[in-house]
Design a protein. Sequence first.
Lengths: 348, 235
Amino acid sequence: MNNTHKVRDAFFTFSTLIILLFFNIWMQEIFDTKTLIPMIFVLGVFLVSLKTQGYFWGITASLLSVLAVNYAFTYPYYAFDLISPECVASAVVMLLVAILTGTLTTQIKRQEKIKAETEKERMRANLLRAVSHDLRTPLTTIYGSCSAIIENYDTLHKAQQLKLLGEIRQDSEWLIRMVENLLSVTRIGGKNVEISKLPTVLEELIDAVLVKFHKRCPDQQVQVDIPEDFISIPMDAMLIEQVLINILENAVDHAKGMTELKLTVTTENALALFCISDNGCGIAADRIDRIFTGYLDQEIVPADGRRSNMGIGLSVCAAIIKAHGSEIHAGNNETGGASFYFSLELES
Amino acid sequence: MNNNRYKILVIEDESNIRSFAKAILEANQYQVITSDTCQNGIMMFSSHRPDLVLLDLGLPDRDGLEFIRTIRSLQEATPILVLSARTGETDKVEALDLGANDYITKPFGTAELLARVRVALRVSQYSGNPSLSLDGKFFLHDLMIDYDRRIVSISGNEIKLTQTEYNILVLLAKHTGKVLTYAFIIREVWGPSDDGGVKKLQVNMANLRKKMGIKPGDNRYIINELGVGYRMCEE
């Protein structure tokens, strides 16, 4: 990557200088004056310093410009005269332009990087804050209910105890799902970490998803429509499994009035298109743009932000699909309900 | 009566998990002994001769995989059930390939734990010659495999399988309830020198599913353990 940068910078430097050199010769013919020449070379040095990395190419360009002016445009023509005070002065000016521009652009680049870092840091802090808040609610229930049972073991009726224990189990299950999502996020890791993709058979993936989904939502039927052929897709199966389960569960939790939940996979060219659609209430217009990022964007967590698993679930989906080099989209169907879709590359 | 009960050794360093596993198992008529380190676990194993080991991989003194290696190097066939907090498939595959019989990913429910324990104990009983105990025939729901006549049928209708497909199905049936890793199946079906890889197995499995009429989500016979292998359902 560094090498391609160097090649590109060198190419930019030399092509700029050569173009300006011929431009100068041409200008000299037309206007019959030399006043423009140093100015145009200064412009060249400025451009090179602006567009290349570090100081090296800017300084190179300024020295080359001095030589070019000295050789072609000052007396004696087409010969070097490097010791004249005029030449030394112009060299100093050119060098100053190069160094100052270089300093300026380096500073701007650094600031941009800092800004991006802060943005990432802010997202992370928001995630942490939202997660901690979300964890606290079920933990309160679990802790409170357990204490209630332990402290009032003899006075509580069996039915009351069972009810409390049932709620503890329910909240623990919710916590497990939350932690699974967080684990997925850490598995994706930093931006530069490549996820490990293994060829996965589509049919086996869908089967595993449905088995897991039915364990959690035994009453919800899913209509499946996938190609008959043997289809192998390179992916991190555990993560894609999580994506599909998150979207299916999201539909169960939020698509009010849903009677149909469909999971369709089609192949087109070298892509497998996954689509999960329901016929529920659809996604509110003001949420649709931020549905995948809302969880991370929220500055202030609502006072009873209970069960906002939806937010983190979908954010995780978006991150996982992005890590696979693709994008996830959501929209409302013309016939009602919402659809989520993404594509993955087939095995070549 | 104590002597008739299965003895289970639980090796786990988290005392809460240990105590809840002990509670469930004892409530279901198993005799339970526990250990919180790998070293101690190996000692308990040789002195108590348990029928089954529940093993956590993240132990304070040594990696749980070491335990499996040690026990298997002693030619002990005692079933080992791995309790894994690790989510990566590679750890599971490694534990299975070292000789663990099955794994349960934490957090797990009581029903799941008990089911796996039952299967592991049953499999170990028949491990010598499974086909004999099944009277030359294997039954699972409406699926029937006749080992002697090499016939497979569902609801009485015979299914035509290729030699390879039949071998895979029989291999899974003979290890009912146990996860077989891709590497294990490939070695058993195609021999040790084969380099056809997982793809060939996956294609054969796809054909097998098609012939048996298995639809995604309908896991009546074979469970897909993504990235790990396949498992024949137990009941």
